[in-house]
Design a protein around this ligand. Structure first.
Ligand code: AIR
Length: 191
């Protein structure tokens, strides 16, 4: 699928005549710090693969609580349909966002040096009854799965999205079959 420059690239794009994505972002991504970006990029690339318009920004539940409040409480009105929140350590961002919106919120726990991301996982996943956060795995796999989960939610009433998910799964099956064939060949050559 073609990658399009995001809205923030608009001025650069105007200079070099590349296509500008002017669609309404339907997935809102927030991360606690730009240090989370190397993990969150897996989510962004997957959203792009599925041609899902998104917007991403840094908002901290602790360092910029007012911004977190404003973002979450206006997200539905702004046209977002799903929110994804990534944070590490005392990772309360997804929970705070979820407390201020009825949009589905997906939480990505980021690895930490000190506790390996268990702190982030528990802070994100252990929500009280009444305020759900759909928490994915710690780190890279979780970031990709957050985007896939968003695609699956959108596919509930979007047949084209469903087709893309089916194609993605078919491709995954092919990749595993190839790995299996390679492994069997290596074992046969060894014996
Ligand atoms: N964080 C930022 N505000 C609240 C939290 N929990 C998280 C970020 C990042 C970690 O703190 O999501 O994973 C370290 O941030 P930094 O900016 O010090 O690199």
């Amino acid at each position: 699928m073609a990658r399009r420059p995001k809205k923030s690239d608009a001025s650069d794009a105007a200079d070099d005549n590349t296509e500008v994505d002017t669609r309404q972002p339907i997935v809102g991504i927030v991360m606690g710090s730009d240090s989370d970006f190397p993990i969150v990029v897996g989510c962004i690339e997957t959203l792009e693969e599925f041609d899902i318009p998104y917007e991403a920004r840094v908002i901290s539940a602790h360092r910029t609580p007012d911004k977190a409040h404003k973002f979450a409480s206006t997200a539905r009105l702004k046209g977002f349909r799903i929110l994804i929140a990534a944070a590490g350590g005392a990772a309360h961002l997804a929970g705070v966002v979820a407390s201020l919106t009825t949009l589905p919120v997906i939480g990505i726990p980021i690895q930490t040096e000190t506790l390996g991301g268990a702190d982030s996982l528990y802070s994100t996943v252990q929500m009280p009854a009444g305020v759900p956060v759909a928490t994915v795995a710690i780190g890279k796999a979780g970031a990709v799965n957050a985007a896939l989960l968003a695609a699956e939610i959108l596919a509930l009433n979007d047949d084209a999205m469903h087709d893309r998910l089916q194609a993605f799964r078919a491709n995954m099956r092919r990749t595993v079959a190839e790995k299996n064939a390679r492994l069997r060949e290596r074992i046969a050559n060894n014996s």
